[in-house]
Design a protein. Structure first.
Length: 662
């Protein structure tokens, strides 16, 4: 009987459905997938959960804006999130939606347990309320205006159920002490400890002012507060009240962004302690990916989407960059420049080049079969030692979630192999017996090193590592390979190389960035004539309104057209942008102000020829950055011929600058 594998249950946050995924969300899900693959290779039985957080005022509003019922709205959004994770090859083992019946039951059950154990009481909550948006603004003071609509807030008192969070100050502090690894990294742990030491106030966990939520049984119109609802999803995904049968709970790891650490390390364990349920083993808070030093948001126009990057460079390139460029736990700036630079240097010139070079040499000199090494020289032994040492180091760093360090170690070994080949020059050796033996030893050594780095990089580069693995003639599925058994010297001579496949074709940086940005612009602001983005349903247009937009072929009402504000603008200045062949930076007078707008017309219009020209401008587009330059609006042009040559619109009669196009 095979021994039963140890379980490992990990989760990502469940994502809000009033928007669609950007690179920040993708980051957490990618990290979870890397850990899942890594733990499987260490012999664990892993379950990973992600899902969608579908209740609350924001969803109510977004559904209203889209003109459809909430249930229909969230179903579409959940499909879009799930489809994107599938498309990116990072699907969850359990995808939980907070509108799933099994989740609703679990939340109601958890509340019942907390109440039966004496940790729930009825009280009154007084706060600042926006009567137009029907929502409390938690951080507001009396006299403030609503941050959303700008109208004055009112002080409102409502009846709520409260959770006795104050009773958990000591139990939580004791728990943190006994489980020093519960909150990671340590800086976050210290922050949380001082927060809890500062005292905990009871928490209102139901609302009567929200309609779209899970009802508190027998207490309508009370619905659960979104965080009591959302956190419980981790448990409802793996059995809810019957969690013991499934055997996953408690979670081994909750991966979260630093923005939501308090909910996970204070509220969540307190709810579970109150219900006398097991508490998760660890919460790991990572930092944010920033764009231009700010957290990404659609309204700031600085979101980075995963799909265009994957279309241009492949998913492995995105995974590698996310994990290699930023120390896990810290914030990092996202830049396309850094992404493409890493791609070319580490993947195309690094791993890709080593694999194709090694395979080509074996093909040419040993009829495509792994050669049998002869006597090893000290430089061969040194390389073997370095690779063997790397195994331990990499596993240790993966265990600590120090992904950047793990990858750095792997790539140091790749660089050493490159150097080894360059200095040993197997291609310069002749056909004498001694030369043949030396060639065989050098190429076996390089191939063995390649086998080791390939196995170690699989959790991060699953597609490409599997290709190299096949290339090395390894028949076992790499995802099932047990890393604990990985040692230098296991590569069997005589096995034929497998099919050689393109791994990471080198790209021209400028061109690659332009293509990624143009795909991203298309996804964020689809032109009616353009085909829908690669994936499914309400696809990643980035806004809830767009998510519910009609299909391209449908007719739109005049009210939809009226949303686009187009005006006559006059170009005041025009210049090229260094490093962006296709873009011009323009300043355009739109009547009320002078705007800076980037236009992809540089290959067809000389900047000087544009000065003074009147054009149609979409003036109410969210601002966005193109090659680091802010663009605030869009110049309308016809797209002509198969290559889409832009032809600017014009007017045959005198028109006033700022006149609206209707
Ligand atoms: N629905 C809540 C979580 C409930 S969990 C019980 C929520 N959702 S969210 O859609 O806002 O997603 C939050 C998570 O997305 C963050 O915790 C983080 O993991 C990830 N990120 C969102 N933006 C991010 C960056 N810019 N950078 C890195 N991760 C970020 O909060």
């Amino acid at each position: 009987m095979p021994e039963k594998k140890e379980k490992f249950y990990l989760t990502t946050p469940i994502y809000y459905t009033n928007g669609l995924p950007h690179i920040g969300h993708t980051y957490t899900t990618v990290v979870a997938d890397v850990i899942r693959r890594y733990k499987r290779m260490r012999g664990y039985d892993v379950v990973m959960t992600t899902g969608t957080d579908e209740h609350g005022v924001n969803v109510e509003r977004a559904a209203k804006k889209a003109g459809i019922p909430e249930s229909e709205f969230v179903a579409k959004m959940a499909d879009a999130w799930r489809a994107l994770w599938d498309e990116l090859g990072i699907p969850a083992d359990e995808f939980i939606r907070t509108t799933d019946l099994k989740h609703v039951r679990t939340v109601q059950w958890l509340f019942k347990l907390c109440r039966e154990n004496g940790y729930v009481y009825k009280g009154h909550y007084t706060g600042q309320y926006c009567i137009y948006d029907n929502a409390f603004v938690t951080e507001a003071k009396p006299g403030d205006n609503c941050p959303d609509c700008g109208r004055p807030l009112e002080t409102v008192t409502e009846e709520n159920y409260f959770f006795k969070l104050s009773a958990f100050q000591k139990p939580l502090l004791d728990f943190y002490k006994k489980n020093p690894d519960f909150i990671q990294p340590d800086t976050r742990r210290n922050e949380i400890i001082s927060f809890v030491e500062g005292g905990l106030k009871d928490l209102s966990i139901t609302r009567t002012t929200i309609r779209w939520g899970i009802p508190v049984p027998g207490e309508e119109p009370h619905v659960f507060y979104v965080w009591f609802d959302a956190l419980t999803a981790y448990l409802s995904a793996v059995g809810g009240p019957e969690y013991e049968k499934r055997g996953c709970w408690p979670a081994d790891l909750h991966l979260v962004g630093k923005d939501i650490i308090r909910f996970h390390t204070v509220y969540w364990p307190a709810f579970l302690m109150a219900a006398m349920l097991p508490v998760p083993k660890q919460v790991w808070a990572h930092g944010w990916f920033l764009m231009d030093a700010a957290k990404m948001s659609k309204s700031k126009g600085n979101v980075v989407l995963p799909r265009p990057i994957v279309n241009m460079l492949g998913m492995d390139a995105l995974r590698y960059f996310l994990l290699r460029d930023v120390v896990f736990g810290q914030d990092g700036n996202f830049s396309y420049d850094a992404l493409v630079t890493r791609y070319n240097s580490d993947l195309a010139n690094g791993l890709g080049n080593l694999a194709s070079r090694t395979a080509a040499l074996i093909e040419k000199n040993f009829a495509g079969k792994i050669p049998k090494p002869a006597a090893f020289k000290p430089q061969d032994d040194a390389l073997a030692k370095e690779a063997q040492a790397a195994i331990g180091e990499v596993l240790e760093n993966f265990d600590k979630l120090s992904f950047a360090r793990a990858l750095e170690t792997i790539w140091t070994v790749i660089a050493a192999a490159d150097k080894f080949l360059t200095s040993e020059q197997p291609w310069a050796l002749g056909n004498s017996e001694a030369d043949q033996a030396r060639k065989a030893t050098v190429l076996w050594t390089t191939a063995e090193l390649l086998r080791i780095v390939t196995a170690l990089s699989f959790p991060v580069l699953p597609d490409s590592a599997a290709k190299v693995w096949t290339l090395l003639g390894q028949s076992e599925a790499l995802g099932k390979f047990e890393l604990d058994g990985l040692r230098w010297g296991q590569l069997a001579p005589g096995i034929p190389l497998g099919k050689s496949q393109t791994l990471f074709p080198r790209v021209d940086k400028t061109e690659a960035i332009e293509r990624i940005e143009s795909m991203a612009n298309e996804e964020l602001n689809p032109t009616p004539a353009a085909p829908a983005p690669a994936a499914s349903a309400p696809a990643a247009t980035g806004t809830s309104a767009a998510a519910a937009a009609p299909a391209v072929s449908d007719k739109i009402g005049i009210e939809d057209f009226a949303k686009v504000e187009m005006r006559v603008g006059q170009i005041k200045t025009a210049e090229r942008i260094v490093g962006a062949d296709k873009l011009l930076k323009l300043t355009v007078d739109i009547g009320t102000e002078i705007r800076q707008i980037c236009a992809g017309i540089a290959q067809y219009y000389e900047p000087e020829s544009l000065i003074g020209r009147k054009v149609a401008v979409v003036v109410n587009l969210a601002p966005r950055k193109l090659r680091g330059v802010e663009s605030n609006g869009m110049i309308v042009a016809a797209s002509v011929g198969p290559e889409g040559r832009p032809v600017l619109t014009g007017f045959h009669e005198e028109v006033e600058v700022g006149a609206r196009l209707k």
